[in-house]
Write a protein that binds this ligand. Structure first.
Ligand SMILES: Cc1cc2nc3c(=O)[nH]c(=O)nc-3n(C[C@H](O)[C@H](O)[C@H](O)COP(=O)(O)OP(=O)(O)OC[C@H]3O[C@@H](n4cnc5c(N)ncnc54)[C@H](O)[C@@H]3O)c2cc1C
Length: 201
């Protein structure tokens, strides 16, 4: 059960392709100024309050953005109605009651992309700062946003901008796999962490 959502977008179109597959065109009230503000393969959260059963409050689910990043119009989503949902408050059952003109919540951040920074041999302090459990790890680190808007750390040896492909369970960790959309590197010696010690190659 989620907190009540403040709606920030309007459903401007809906096409039922089958009984259980529909496209929804959703226009956010305020799209970010940066263009394009998402890239192919990203997703965002769609959310609705359950007004018929207010005790169930709200539900948010990830949905892949199907529209092209260069199109400035509404966001398009292909949504499958889940006949046997596992939650008490399935989003798709609320979504199927919506028509053009209805209001909806769209998460402000699109996700599904990440940037990998390869640190240089002289960036041990940066590595230690990022390893801390701190709310603002980037406070003392010089960086600028790359093409995805994610941090590219100044002085790093290289960067990989990726769109998310899958999340795999890896013991106590989650392994992210991605498609590389941009890559850069220089000849500085890299920072390596091996057997509990910093090293370089
Ligand atoms: C990154 C990401 C992107 C996603 N993009 C889309 C998208 O573009 N379109 C879309 O329809 N869904 C998408 N989903 C799934 C979506 O987030 C919800 O899980 C789905 O809509 C069911 O939500 P619900 O609240 O109605 O059902 P819930 O009560 O949450 O029930 C979930 C159950 O439905 C099953 N389920 C989830 N999706 C489907 C499906 N498509 N068909 C059949 N069973 C399903 C789950 O395995 C689970 O058993 C995406 C999920 C993720 C993590």
């Amino acid at each position: 059960m989620g907190r009540p959502l403040e709606y920030n977008a309007t459903v401007v179109g809906r096409t039922d392709l089958t009984d259980t597959l529909a496209t929804f065109l959703i226009q956010p009230d305020q799209a970010p100024r940066r263009r394009p503000w998402f890239i192919a393969g990203q997703y965002c959260l769609l959310g609705l309050n359950n007004t018929e059963k207010p005790f169930l409050r709200s539900v948010r689910r990830a949905m892949s953005i199907a529209s092209a990043p260069e199109c400035d119009g509404p966001l398009e989503f292909y949504v499958r109605y889940v006949v046997k949902p596992t939650s008490q408050n399935p989003l798709t059952h609320l979504l199927w009651k919506l028509r053009a003109g209805d209001r909806i919540y769209v998460g402000a951040k699109v996700a599904g992309a990440f940037t990998i920074n390869f640190l240089a041999a002289d960036q041990q302090d940066v590595c230690k700062a990022l390893a801390r459990k701190d709310d603002d790890k980037f406070a003392d680190i010089a960086w600028e946003p790359g093409p995805l808007g994610h941090p590219r750390i100044a002085g790093a040896v290289g960067y990989l901008d990726c769109t998310l492909h899958s999340l795999l369970p890896g013991g106590a960790h989650v392994i992210f796999t991605g498609f590389v959309s941009a890559a850069e590197s220089n000849d500085a010696p890299p920072l390596i962490f091996h057997r509990g010690k910093f090293a370089t190659a």
